[in-house]
Design a protein. Structure first.
Lengths: 403, 266
């Protein structure tokens, strides 16, 4: 099984070191790489760090912090892991979100000698917003506190309380040290008081829930002329697309029958979630349309309530910007900012504010050109959106759709 | 095999997004296994006929077998092949003797830059992968470059949920990386599954094979007995040797690859 894991947490709590340790202990480091890094560390007058397996920009090495997200893969006993490292610094939240947005499992790293810090809360808030359901907490740097149980218990209580407020219950907490390799791959004798799993055992125990069967949603990317056929290309975001199905495209409002499902040199009887295919309907549709079954049709809307996090610049009531969902781009207006949310704690800090700033979150009423969105809790693939103003400046999820 | 299907699905989606979002894209083809896989995937995305030019950056130093492979496949697949050469630097006799950084920048990066200017391309589709090199692991699927070709790696766009930033302020072109999430092993398993043509230099002769193809003076073989695709797949499952260990420009100095890439190297 392939499992995508993101390692999150505050700056300098040991995320990159933890991944470097995982790679090292799982014997995934290529020949000569350790020596290469040793040489590099000497050149820069630094101590050898496992983090240097990940931090490959020279500035990252000089500044001893991760700037951008990195993806690495390694084979565990049971699973193939795709591990994403993200920066723990506040100014790089957009890089954190980029890295975390495709993860199925998160490991929140909290340093035993510092406990909860600003990005501990913010990262927990964001992984919850991204709907990453499976979470582990690694209480790292236990070596720096002499492996004392009471320190671990104290942090566990505080972090568990924070996580409960974000809806995470019964989270497994692992005390360890990425630097020393304690409870990462190998159990640690110095923490005889701990009887839980090592990090790799915890990851190996993850069972990903089977994909639920949901209503068909196929997003249209383009139409190509292949021989004399007009082939509508796109992706099945949810449900099952079958040959012969009666479908409707929104917001175009076009209906038709799926004559063929095609791919290069072949035809299919059906396409499932995630499949990139072509369909022949013999109707004109547009990029950005969403196709569904006539019985369970996608609905076009011009207003919805979303929760969004802003990554740069200010966002004011009345601002006009671009919103992207699926393959659709529309103009949208910030009709109302309902609540400003502290992205460190998840608490509402202000009602009906005139504006929000960088790294703040808010529930916002959006007025848009017609588009199809779904509630994030129902069809997440069409319940998430990006805000664009010259560049991608924010991301959010759909809470309620006005019909 | 469903994992390969997942990889392919995502890549087809990205290629089609690039084609829909950009006015004049092109795909780069070195004739190596990754970019040949990319062409294969482009053919799949567009049902056989790639609707944009295929650029081959010719440094003049490529292996003879690479040129032969290029011409054979270009004819078989009906490619709109554009050959990019920095004629001026080639005439001046630039080569690895001038330093690998200098040579790669002039013969590859600048050749591509001239090709962009001449043809007005606004996107290059490239077959780089995260697991090839630490610096490539930091890339986005859509990566904007400024008019000097520079990669502002300290300020990369937010990219989530398959929403790629294609509109950019003051940027001249975008690099598109549809197989960023593939591993070397995935590429070979895919080559096997699809019965794709690959350059015979990848197969072992006399206990040596090429694991990564580049220019002749800067590319060396690895010890290997893998004579077939199956044997390569088996070798990759256990190897501890880095994929680009035979590529001299990566190893000249620490961060050479970062510096090359910051200037617009692939």
């Amino acid at each position: 099984m392939k499992v995508s894991v993101v390692i999150v947490g505050h700056v300098d709590h040991g995320k990159s070191t933890l991944i470097g340790r995982l790679l090292y202990d799982s014997d995934s480091i290529t020949e000569g790489r350790v020596e290469e890094i040793q040489k590099l560390a000497e050149e820069y007058k630094k101590r050898f760090e496992f983090a240097y397996f990940l931090d490959s920009f020279d500035d990252e090495l000089k500044e001893e912090r991760t700037i951008d997200t990195t993806g690495v893969m390694f084979k565990g006993e049971k699973n193939l892991y795709s591990i994403t490292d993200v920066p723990g610094h506040k100014e790089f939240i957009k890089n954190m979100l980029t890295g975390a947005s495709h993860a199925e499992v998160a490991v929140l790293v909290v340093a035993a000698d510092e406990g909860i810090q600003e990005q501990t809360g913010r990262h927990a808030f964001l992984i919850n917003m991204l709907d990453i359901k499976k979470l582990f907490v690694m209480v790292n740097k236990m070596d720096a506190v002499d492996y004392r149980e009471e320190i671990f218990l104290d942090i566990r209580n505080k972090v568990a309380k924070l996580l409960t407020s974000f809806g995470y219950h019964d989270v497994v907490f692992i005390p360890g040290s990425a630097l020393e390799g304690d409870n990462i791959y190998k159990p640690c004798e110095r923490m005889g008081w701990y009887h839980g799993p090592t990090l790799i055992e915890a990851l190996d125990s993850v069972e990903l829930p089977p994909k639920e069967v949901k209503p068909l949603r196929f997003v249209v990317q383009d139409t190509y002329l292949v021989d004399s056929d007009k082939v509508i290309v796109g992706r099945v975001e949810s449900g099952v697309l079958k040959k012969g199905a009666e479908v409707i495209f929104q917001p175009s409002g076009v209906t038709g029958k799926v004559e063929k499902i095609t791919e290069f040199q072949g035809e299919l009887e059906k396409a499932e979630m995630g499949d990139s295919v072509g369909i022949i309907v013999n109707k004109e549709v547009k990029r950005g349309d969403v196709c569904g079954l006539v019985e369970v049709p996608p609905m076009s809307t011009e207003e919805f309530l979303g929760e969004a996090v802003l990554l740069e610049k200010d966002l004011r009531k009345g601002d006009i910007l671009e919103l992207r969902c699926g393959t659709r781009r529309v103009k949208c207006e910030i009709r109302e900012i309902k609540e400003k949310i502290n992205s460190e704690t998840g608490e509402v800090v202000e009602r009906n504010p005139a504006e929000i700033s960088e790294n703040e979150a808010a529930t916002i009423l959006f007025a848009t050109e017609p588009l199809v969105v779904e509630k994030f809790s129902e069809i997440p693939e069409l319940g998430r959106f990006i805000l664009v103003r010259g560049r991608n400046i924010g991301a959010g999820v759909v809470l309620e759709v006005s019909r | 095999m469903s994992e390969l299907k997942d990889l392919e699905n995502k890549t087809l989606y990205i290629i089609r997004e690039a084609y829909a979002e950009f006015k004049r894209p092109a795909v780069l083809w070195s004739t190596g296994k990754d970019s040949t896989t990319m062409l294969w995937l482009c053919r799949k995305a567009f049902f056989g006929k790639i609707p944009f030019p295929v650029i081959h950056i010719d440094t003049g130093y490529k292996f003879k077998q690479m040129y032969e492979f290029r011409d054979r496949i270009a004819a078989e697949w009906g490619l709109d092949l554009v050959i990019a050469r920095n004629e001026k630097a080639m005439k001046e006799g630039i080569g690895p003797k001038d330093g690998k950084f200098e040579c790669c920048t002039k013969l590859k990066t600048q050749a591509l830059m001239e090709c962009l200017e001449k043809n007005g391309f606004d996107a290059f589709i490239l077959a780089i992968r995260r697991d090839e090199h630490g610096i490539r692991a930091k890339e986005r699927y859509f990566s904007p470059r400024d008019e000097d070709f520079r990669w502002n790696y300290k300020d990369q766009p937010l990219e989530m949920w398959d929403q790629y930033q294609s509109i950019t302020e003051d940027k001249t072109h975008t690099r598109v990386h549809p197989i960023l999430h593939w591993r070397e092993l995935d590429v070979w398993e895919y080559v096997k599954q699809e019965k794709m043509p690959v350059n015979a230099m990848y197969f072992a002769k006399g206990g040596k094979r090429y694991r990564s193809l580049g220019c002749e003076p800067c590319t060396s073989t690895i010890d290997s007995d893998a004579k077939t695709i199956d044997e390569i797949v088996e070798e990759l499952k256990v190897t501890k040797i880095a994929e680009r260990s035979g590529r001299a420009q990566d190893k000249e100095k620490a961060f050479t690859m970062q510096k090359l890439r910051a200037l617009g190297y692939m």
